[in-house]
Design a protein around this ligand. Structure first.
Ligand code: MN
Length: 212
């Protein structure tokens, strides 16, 4: 699903793999609850928030999230949180796959090595960004407006596109993403994520971001 095509009424898109596809790194029960309850909840709450604002129904999710300051104040926080939740999770699911992991192909690998010193240094910085999120949020690899790769973290469901950044890779570090299997051990969940990354999808985001 191309993100630019997401319009009101928003719907939960298909999960691109079975709930147990990412076992043992991400367990089936967590995937099922995360997708059917949490992601569905963001979709439902976003639709409810926009129901009385027909003028906003022709705006795509991306348009809404990149124009938060211009939205009516009464709906702005809901779009930021629920719309951000829908965007972030729609972006997140295809970044993982069964038998993922390893390293990206060129040119992304070379650009990561050039920007961060090595692939391992990139992993360290990304892990640090994911670990340091206080409370709920996300870690991201993005392309900024000078075409530089940057690692950032965001709080709650804030999304890099609201800051003018183009997301390439994302990791959900809300407790709902890992608590059943990892409890308080967020670093173990972060380490496990590297075994399921779908680098082909990440490279596709990179290719598109560079062309914009
Ligand atoms: Mn989540």
């Amino acid at each position: 699903m191309t993100m630019a095509l997401l319009l009101y009424p928003f719907t939960l898109g298909p999960l691109p793999y079975a709930y147990d596809a990412l076992e043992p790194h991400i367990d089936a029960r967590t995937m099922e609850i995360h997708y059917t309850k949490h992601h569905q909840g963001y979709v439902d709450n976003l639709n409810a928030a926009l129901k009385e604002y027909p003028a906003l129904h022709k705006k795509s999710l991306v348009e809404l999230l990149t124009s938060l300051p211009q939205l009516p104040e009464a709906v702005r926080t809901a779009v930021r949180n629920q719309g951000g939740g829908h965007y972030n999770h729609t972006f997140f699911w295809p970044l993982m796959k069964k038998g993922g992991g390893g390293k990206p192909c060129m040119p992304l690998l070379g650009d990561i090595e050039e920007t961060f010193g090595s692939f391992e240094k990139f992993q360290e910085q990304f892990n640090a960004a994911a670990k340091k999120v206080f409370g709920s949020g996300w870690a991201w690899l993005c392309l900024d407006d000078t075409d530089t790769l940057v690692i950032i973290s965001t709080s709650n469901q804030d999304t890099p596109i609201s800051q003018g950044l183009k997301p390439i890779l994302a990791l959900d570090v809300w407790e709902h993403a890992y608590y059943l299997k990892y409890q308080n051990k967020r670093p173990d969940y972060i380490a496990a994520f590297w075994n399921v990354i779908n680098w082909d999808k990440v490279a596709e985001h990179y290719r598109v971001a560079k062309s914009l």
